[in-house]
Design a protein around this ligand. Structure first.
Ligand SMILES: Nc1ncnc2c1ncn2[C@@H]1O[C@H](COP(=O)(O)OP(=O)(O)O)[C@@H](O)[C@H]1O
Ligand SMILES: [Mg+2]
Length: 254
């Protein structure tokens, strides 16, 4: 059982406070959805939890299995089993997706177990082939530079490929549904569900829209506004939100 705890977390960037006291606990097997308007702090929360150096934690703690991680660099957090799928994945010129994934997997496996066997390129191609089929990805993408010239949907699929390869304990998925058409959304959702079932990881699913939650049923739904979680509930909360809009829930101080 793995647990990510976010405790009274406040964080700023460029001297502007963005997270204003976030409390959240995610355990293995649980799916938490966070919903909120643009600019409410969703991506900031993901970035801060993952350790993006652009953000400064001013108060609070982040713990993974009881161990404080808020001072660790992002790669160490990844080695402990934390994973972030970016809202806007970066293009990495000159590094093929295949090599990128294999290096990430070998580094991660070695950090978790010194005796872990190095995976060779040919072995690795076989390993990812299944995940690529599940995501209905063109195999040619594996030989191209990471995200370079990928369509929106291909970038999102490549993020989930990383999740499939790394098998994190806790996965933060930042708007994995944005930019996907309805068929691609179903495919990506199916792959996430499969991974969740296989690995029993905890998932924090960030989204604007209720639609993805029709495919991936959350155990908990939280509404974030102005850097704070203002309401938590079960999947019915997402349905209410879809029906009534955010304004009903958001009472921001003047
Ligand atoms: N590097 C930054 N510098 C200044 N403001 C930022 C920076 N990053 C994010 N913000 C601000 O923080 C707020 C929350 O942004 P973000 O976390 O991206 O929201 P969301 O993902 O919910 O749309 C926004 O008002 C945004 O402009
Ligand atoms: Mg965002």
């Amino acid at each position: 059982m793995d647990t990510l705890e976010i405790i009274a977390l406040r964080a700023e960037t460029n001297k502007t406070e963005i997270l204003k006291g976030i409390n959240l606990k995610i355990r293995s097997g649980e799916i938490h959805a966070i919903m909120g308007k643009n600019g409410s702090g969703k991506s900031t929360l993901c970035n801060v939890v993952m350790g993006h150096p652009k953000y400064k934690i001013t108060e609070g703690k982040i713990k993974l299995n009881g161990k404080k991680i808020e001072k660790l660099p992002a790669n160490k957090r990844a080695n402990l089993g934390l994973f972030l799928a970016f809202q806007n994945p970066t293009e990495i010129q000159g590094v093929t997706l295949n090599n990128f994934l294999r290096l990430a997997k070998n580094t991660n496996a070695k950090a978790q177990n010194k005796k872990a066997k190095h995976i060779s390129p040919s072995e690795f191609l076989q390993t990812i082939s299944q995940s690529m089929d599940l995501l209905e990805m063109d195999k040619k993408l594996a030989g191209r530079s990471v995200n370079e010239g990928f369509s929106g949907g291909e970038k999102k699929r490549a993020e989930i490929m990383q999740m499939a390869v790394l098998k994190p304990r806790i996965a933060l998925l930042d708007e994995i549904d944005s930019g996907l058409d309805i068929d691609a959304l179903k495919t990506v959702a199916k792959a996430i569900k499969r991974l969740h079932k296989q690995t029993k990881c905890g998932i924090l699913l960030i989204t604007h829209y209720q639609r993805i939650l029709n495919y991936i049923t959350p155990d908990f739904v939280h509404i974030i506004s102005n850097g704070k979680i203002i309401k938590s509930g079960d999947k019915k909360l997402a349905q209410k939100l879809e029906k009534h809009g955010y304004e009903k829930f958001v009472k921001e101080p003047a």
